[in-house]
Design a binder for this molecule. Sequence first.
Ligand code: F6R
Length: 243
Amino acid sequence: MTISVFEDYHALSAHAASFIAGQLRIKPSLTLCMASGHTPALTVEMLVNTILSEKIDYSGFRFIGLDEWLGLPPENSGSCHYFFKTKLIDPLQLSPSQYFLFDAMSPDPAAECKKMDAVIAERGIDIMLVGIGMNGHIGFNEPGTSFLSLCHVAALDDTTKSVGQKYFNEQMELSKGITTGLGQLLTASTVLLMANGSKKAPVIQKAVEGPVKESFPASIIQRHPNAVILTDKEAAALLNTSR
Ligand code: F6R
């Protein structure tokens, strides 16, 4: 596990975008699995700009959405689908064969999970870019999720239900998510865990320096052989300074 601390959110995002763009140059068939949410928003914007301005070949690029709010239509501006469509899929004009998103409206979410498990098993994940929730979740792997989990439907815990309101214009009834699993995070070649802002300092500290346990899902990062923690100074404020 390596930890890189950046001056601010802009520098952090620029680094993550440039890392992914660099890997895409090396491996044009790169598969990126990525979270939505506030943390990676600038990274994805910078990544798209770099790919287009530097004319990086992305014809072989594949994208997997990390998770989704179950039952939320894709046109809802708070959905992960909307985030990926407006920030990545449309700007890069990705063809449907280049991206894989959970269908949160499917009448058979278990089948959606199996489909995504098959995609991940077949392609593998080169880079998984994740954020961290205020309860230590990664994706919608809520506290108590097995470190061996594959794609699954998750009952959202109270923290996720209340913090998740920030993505929506009106009060939402959030109860379940559909998500890739922690077992799949362990199979990714590289995991980038990003966090910014002082409110993330306690959870970053627990993820990086606390005990590895399923009751705090992000602590799994300590088990990954090639995990990179990227934070701004504020999110790193509680980390052991000798690092
Ligand atoms: C979203 C996701 C979540 C977020 C986490 C942090 O697709 O997977 O686990 O990464 O809740 O959210 P932000 O970045 O909005 O603080």
